[in-house]
Ligand binder design. Structure first.
Ligand code: NAP
Length: 380
């Protein structure tokens, strides 16, 4: 997947050079003619150091199918950190991360039917598709989908998609959802990735009354617990951090502190479904053994180089359905937001200014986030 992405980038940069595209120079070759690009302030990575700095840049002018969003909140996903550190492949910088974005619609293109000025909109991990008619309802699996940051994207003045740690955002309106009024901006932002990434496999593999294991209780995991409980599961949460136990219990789940695989042995064949959000490679066998024969185990955590080993015998002898899942489609994302709004599922958030982003990233990696950092773009 990385190789394909890198090849696409090389192809694009080569074509751009031939076509004389002035990357980053604010030209508007691909957007609407005679409309100025959108001047933006954001926080960007400039290299693989993991340190972000303020950056002024331009987004494309609002095209016929686009909406312009004034960003009201953008939250920090561990994927932002993996990407900018180069865990998933070489990046093009400067690059603005962020794919949990909510805000007010300030402009709409002439073809846009699903939004009007003043609507509340949310954007997750996808922003466009070069052949939208073929994208289907699970757009994340379409080969033509443009992901929210770092993706080669000729429409953008910088040549790549630029993410949501920014004051304004331009997106093809198909890739935005309506944010229900029950949700505040800060509550809504984390749903745009963490919410849908846990909701989608829960809806696919879990039924009411199931025993469910959620493994790794950070941004994704804590929403996974709340969604699964609200959908009628009996949830056990596996954490390596003692100080999270009280929170986990307050959300209605049983908490298990994992110091070694011995702590997992009592749970052998106890769960119908397990969901792992662990962001780095881990010893999977004792976790898989916790799932009942013919149960499901979904990985949403994405380790360095997407590399995660397991043993075939372990899977064969338990007949557990091991799979991995990528966010969710736009229709399901809208359904998830409505569900969370109506059912009272809310993320636990800590609000920060731009200056605090670098410290927040260090806190996420050190498992100190409780449980999603939400950035205030008005501080940029
Ligand atoms: N598949 C998708 O579509 C998708 C979408 C979004 C994110 N992701 C990926 O999902 C993962 C989690 O994202 P997130 O934002 O929820 O991260 P997060 O907030 O950092 O939460 C991850 C949690 O996993 C546990 N953990 C961290 N490092 C660990 C390690 N080395 N060994 C064991 N447990 C560890 C910690 O929980 P405890 O303290 O409870 O142990 C941590 O809080 C990342 O890899 C991210 O890239 C995937």
């Amino acid at each position: 997947m990385n190789e394909i992405k890198n090849k696409d980038r090389r192809d694009f940069l080569a074509k751009a050079a031939v076509a004389g595209v002035a990357i980053g120079a604010g030209t508007n070759l691909f957007g609407a003619v005679n409309k100025p690009n959108i001047a933006c302030k954001g926080w960007a990575a400039f290299d693989e150091s993991g340190e972000l700095r303020p950056w002024k840049f331009e987004r494309r002018a609002v095209g016929d199918d686009d909406i312009l969003i004034e960003v009201m909140a953008a939250s920090i996903c561990h994927s932002d950190i993996h990407t900018e550190l180069g865990h998933w492949g070489k990046q093009i910088y400067p690059q603005v991360p962020g794919h949990e974005i909510v805000g007010l619609v300030r402009e709409v293109g002439k073809n846009v039917k699903n939004f009007k000025i003043g609507d509340r909109a949310g954007v997750g991990c996808m922003v466009d598709n070069t052949d939208i008619a073929t994208a289907g309802s699970e757009e994340q699996y379409s080969k033509n989908t443009i992901f929210t940051y770092g993706h080669p994207y000729p429409k953008e003045p910088t040549g790549i998609s630029q993410g949501g740690y920014s004051d304004y955002f331009v997106v093809n309106s198909h890739f935005a959802i309506h944010i229900p009024n029950e949700l505040s901006w800060d509550e809504a932002a984390p749903l745009m990735c963490a919410g849908i990434t846990t909701y989608s496999p829960i809806m696919k593999y879990m039924k009411k009354g199931d025993n469910v294991a959620i493994i790794g209780i950070g941004g994704l995991g804590h929403l996974g617990i709340k969604i699964a409980i609200t959908k009628g599961a009996k949830v056990t949460a596996f954490t390596t951090t003692k100080s999270k136990i009280k929170d986990i219990e307050s959300w209605g789940a049983k908490a298990v502190l994992v110091k070694s695989s011995d702590d997992l042995a009592p749970f052998r064949a106890k769960f119908d479904f397990a969901l792992s959000t662990i962001p780095y490679e881990f010893e999977m066998e004792p976790y898989i053994a916790m799932v009942k024969p013919f149960g499901s185990f979904t990985l949403v955590g994405m380790p360095i180089n997407f590399s995660q080993k397991t043993q075939t015998l372990n899977l064969a002898s338990t007949k557990v359905n091991l799979n991995a899942s990528l966010i969710g489609g736009m229709k399901e994302t809208a359904e998830m937001a409505e569900f969370c709004a109506k059912a009272g599922v809310r993320p636990n958030i800590v609000k920060i200014t731009g200056e605090k982003i670098n410290q927040a990233w260090r806190d996420v990696v050190a498992k100190r986030a409780r449980y999603r950092f939400v950035i205030d773009p008005k501080s940029f």
